[in-house]
Design a protein around this ligand. Structure first.
Ligand code: ZN
Length: 337
């Protein structure tokens, strides 16, 4: 086995609710993965400790297979300083702000660690093996605790001016009078189309007296609201839940229409946990995107669901780490995308 054949990667995804780590082959096959609660409120050092433990387990597993982890890629929501490996601004993981996450992990594990935006990692994963395969130009949206986004142009991840963010569609304002977003602005897409927004919509209905009984009211009272439950209730015909998912589709359509017009492209891929509510939001989404994009015929717009689900960001972050492994580490002259 050559050095290159021995090399394997760890891809990770640190979300607002869960963090997942996987052992990934260079071509994207996931061999093993584990998941733990992020629980960022317990403090970032605690999160790092659990993350180190998860990575060590993967490294031991690789070792038992005669393999060597040559790099770790971690997808994190928010604006990043990729050179320093630090999170600069993460609306849904505020204790992470300013934390040199990559440095601490590198010190603990003695392996190069690369930080990437989680939605960018999703984009690279779907481009390699999922819904973006063979489509050179597309935008991706991830609907989770927040709303992330990525721009793939010419088959490559668009990084803009390397300011530490790109494709932050979640913080595009779609209604200036809309609800408050975690970033501090009012009416961002994220404040309408994320799982936080769905839950906030139910809480607002309870607060104003519109919702006074039923499963959603009970879940709200016991702090057990989830976007899955809201979707389930929408499928059963609950008016409020259906309205909330309608709002997800309508606001996504507004954002996608603007992006199609701005970029001159016509493909979008939607992922993240809330995309499991596809049946409840795709109709208003297609209606909205058709109404708000005067440049394209509705039949020419292609909106696809993620094919890889939660695996996309793991595959993508591992691949992005591989592309940045120093030549001295992997024995090659250089990698190019
Ligand atoms: Zn925002």
């Amino acid at each position: 086995m050559t050095t290159m054949d021995r090399d394997i990667l760890i891809g990770g995804d640190i979300g607002g609710t869960h963090m997942r780590v996987a052992l990934v082959e260079r071509h994207g096959l996931i061999l093993h993965q584990s998941r733990a609660a992020t629980d960022v409120q317990a403090g970032v050092p605690d999160v790092v400790k659990r993350l180190v433990r998860q990575c060590l387990e993967m490294m031991e597993m690789a070792h038992r297979m005669g393999r060597r982890v040559c790099a770790i890629g971690l997808g994190v929501a928010g604006k990043l300083d990729r050179r320093k490996g630090a999170v600069l601004f993460s609306p849904n993981l505020p204790p992470m702000n300013g934390y040199p996450l990559a440095r601490d992990l590198r010190r603990a594990l003695s392996v190069p660690v690369v930080l990437e935006n989680d939605a960018d990692s999703f984009g690279v994963g779907e481009s390699l093996l999922g819904a973006g395969r063979g489509t050179p130009n597309w935008i991706g949206l991830t609907l989770g605790t927040g709303v992330g986004g990525c721009i793939i142009l010419g088959g490559r991840l668009w990084r803009g001016d390397e300011l530490g963010f790109s494709g932050e569609f979640g913080h595009m304002v779609v209604d200036p009078q809309g609800p408050l977003c975690a970033c501090g602005l009012k009416g961002c897409l994220e404040a309408h189309a994320s799982s936080s927004a769905l839950q906030q919509g139910v809480r607002a209905a309870v607060a104003c007296g519109r919702l006074s009984s039923g499963p959603l009211h009970a879940a709200c009272s016991s702090n057990a609201l989830t976007s899955e439950l809201i979707h389930h209730q929408a499928c059963l015909g609950d008016e409020l839940a259906r309205e909330l998912f309608h709002r997800v589709g309508w606001t996504l359509g507004l954002a996608i229409a603007g992006l199609f017009s701005a970029l001159g492209i016509r493909h979008a891929v939607i992922g993240g946990g809330v995309s499991n509510g596809w049946d409840q939001f795709i109709e208003p989404l297609m209606d909205s995107v058709a109404r708000h994009c005067s440049m394209l015929e509705p039949a020419d717009m292609v909106i696809r669901r993620s094919e890889l689900g939660d695996d996309a960001a793991l595959i993508g972050s591992a691949h992005l780490a591989w592309l940045q492994v120093p030549a001295a580490v992997n024995g090659l002259q250089s990698h190019t995308e």
